[in-house]
Ligand binder design. Structure first.
Ligand SMILES: [Zn+2]
Length: 617
């Protein structure tokens, strides 16, 4: 690119003259834009600042410029978000991607990055935030409808660079002010520079001119403008090279112009990439952002939380033994994380009341319920076995945990919210009808399934259990029941010992228990394979009326009990699949309930990724 850009600018001595001519014949066109507009900046889940770019139209290309910039033509674009800065080496490495940069410095933009690795970064960043990746990692085709990050189209890039101006540069026609806005050949001293040091453009974007040239998603064709569509153009379908925009530390002022087009063949080979190529990401503006300026009715609709949240301080009063992994800190870490990320305020907080005996008895025997109450009242240290430490408030907490989940079922069925996550404890999926097991007292999810059926008349319920342990009690509750499909993926062999592949249900329920035991060390690939190839077809065949998730996060790679390797982003992807199933089968009705998860920060991060997917519109 370095060579190519230098070559192209050398062979364009006439361009400056053309600009001068157009300056003379288009009065006002050369006025410098000094007034700044306050940009609308959002900070993403991973802490990256993005500018909300409004929908609108602009004139793309240049009237009298080089052949590949003509004809100038009006382009209409939908709203999108664009990174405020070029992607830095520091941000890139956060996603465990090897940094190819020549000018190594965490604050500098990435350089020497090939197009495919830039697209890969977009996918990794999407996954880390629980968004749907845009790129197919085999074909590298871009799904423009996905919610995740991608490279900008060439039109998006130029529109954002111009920031409402129609001049040669975003700050005016003359290059005399370029040193204030850009690191380029005249002032960069032969190297990249930390991002964000020069003046931003009118929309608050930094380094759109200079520092590193930026990859666009589009393939390059010199004559593309002659035939490109007027709305959201996305480049030619074929072509060996991808577009670069903006100029770099080694570029002439000419190559830093808003409409200047370059291209480069280093699509998937780092060796080919020059040390002057970087990129920034965009994503489609979420519906909320693009509709914000519409009618007030629309506004109130879009600000209504669509995801519910169940939590109550009583859950912290269920005390286990000192140093026990199933601790109150599990929930405080989750709540803290949601507060820090701002998600807490975006959720509909649901009321929590104790579960009525009627519903408790759909799963547990009255004698067992009485035994739980008595053990707690008498101050016993354990319930049934050393496996279930308790405290005086454990009974009350367990009633509230189950009751909170039923509250979430109500809110979803009544359409107050679309889905919900219940941060409850004690957990439930090992709790048998008459026996506590594995940190569990009442089987919250199993009770909720019966409640959805009996209280709300929903006939078929899907329970997806991705806790690292097999949900033996949930399986047992519905083993011969044709109205409940129980799907569990878990580490095996492992506690509690059940969940072999051959356990598939009995009687009328035969085939409606699906166990996917996986060896220790399994990760995203194995889990996604199970979800795509076993869960999805079975669920679509079953057509549930309601979906419950036994959401344990102890299969996380940083969990302290499990030995699996599911990543935070992996939990986002599992959530996406289950959410899609709910959307296809039952208007998105889904309630997710915390089970295990013992790495405090790992679990909190995974819950955040899970919620972000649930909250997407
Ligand atoms: Zn577990």
């Amino acid at each position: 690119m370095k060579k190519r850009m230098a070559m192209r600018c050398l062979c364009r001595p006439a361009v400056a003259l053309c600009c001068l001519l157009s300056l003379l014949i288009v009065p006002g066109c050369g006025q410098d834009a000094e007034n700044t507009v306050t940009p609308e900046v959002v900070t993403t889940a991973s802490g990256i600042e993005m500018v909300v770019i409004p929908a609108g139209s602009f004139e793309m290309g240049s009237k009298n410029g080089p052949a590949d910039e003509t004809p100038a033509h009006t382009v209409q674009l939908s709203s999108f978000w664009m990174d405020r800065y070029e992607v830095t080496q520091d941000e890139f490495k956060k996603h465990q991607l090897p940094d190819p940069s020549h000018f190594k410095d965490p604050r500098h933009p990435l350089d020497q990055i090939n197009w495919t690795d830039a697209a890969l970064y977009c996918n990794e960043r999407s996954l880390a935030e629980g968004l749907e990746p845009c790129y197919d990692e085999e074909t590298w085709e871009c799904n423009y409808d996905a919610t995740g990050y991608r490279l900008p189209t060439e039109a998006e890039w130029e529109y954002a660079c111009r920031a409402g101006t129609d001049t040669t540069y975003s700050f005016g026609r003359s290059a005399s002010k370029l040193p204030a806005h850009a690191w380029f050949a005249d002032n960069a001293a032969q190297t990249t520079r930390p991002v964000g040091q020069k003046k931003p453009n009118l929309w608050g974007l930094y380094d759109m001119h200079g520092n590193v040239s930026e990859w666009c998603n589009d393939r390059y064709a010199e004559d593309y403008y002659a035939t490109s569509p007027a709305r959201d153009p996305r480049g030619p379908a074929q072509g060996p090279e991808r577009v670069l925009r903006g100029g770099a530390w080694n570029s002439s002022a000419e190559s830093c112009r808003c409409s200047y087009r370059a291209s480069d063949p280093s699509v998937n080979d780092t060796c080919l990439a020059s040390d002057a190529i970087g990129f920034r990401c965009v994503r489609n503006a979420p519906a909320r952002a693009s509709q914000k300026k519409d009618t007030t009715a629309m506004e109130s609709e879009t600000t209504t939380p669509k995801t519910g949240f169940v939590y109550h301080d009583i859950f912290l009063d269920h005390k286990t033994t000192e140093g026990h992994p199933e601790s109150p800190q599990r929930l405080t870490a989750i709540v803290r994380r949601l507060e820090e990320t701002g998600l807490h305020g975006e959720l509909l907080h649901l009321p929590v009341t104790p579960v009525a005996a009627k519903w408790l008895h759909t799963i547990h025997t009255p004698a067992y319920v009485q035994r739980v109450k008595r053990s707690c009242d008498e101050g016993d240290a354990y319930l049934d076995s050393l496996d279930v430490p308790i405290s005086r408030k454990s009974y009350e907490a367990a009633l509230m945990a189950a009751g909170g989940v039923l509250s979430a079922v109500d809110a979803v069925v009544h359409g107050e919210i679309r889905n919900a996550f219940c941060a409850v404890r004690p957990p439930g999926h090992h709790a048998l009808s008459d026996q506590a097991m594995g940190f569990c007292i009442f089987n919250n999810v199993a009770i909720a399934a019966r409640y959805a059926q009996q209280e709300h008349g929903l006939s078929k319920v899907l329970i997806v259990d991705w806790d690292v342990h097999h949900g033996n009690a949930t399986q047992a509750a519905f083993y011969d029941d044709p109205t409940v499909l129980y799907f569990s993926v878990h580490q095996w062999p492992f506690y509690p010992g059940s969940g072999a592949e051959g356990e598939t249900g009995s009687g009328d329920g035969r085939g409606l228990t699906i166990n996917v035991p996986l060896p220790a060390g399994s990760g995203d690939r194995e889990y996604l394979d199970a979800f795509e190839n076993k869960l999805r077809p079975a669920a679509l065949d079953f057509q549930p009326d309601f979906v419950l998730v036994s959401a344990g996060f102890d299969a996380h790679e940083r969990d302290t009990l499990g030995s699996m390797r599911v990543t935070t982003a992996g939990f986002g992807r599992l959530t996406q699949i289950v959410k899609q199933i709910a959307e296809q089968c039952c208007d998105g009705r889904l309630v997710s309930v915390l089970e295990g998860g013992y790495g405090l920060e790992a679990q909190a991060a995974a819950v955040e990724a899970h919620l972000r997917v649930l909250m997407e519109s």
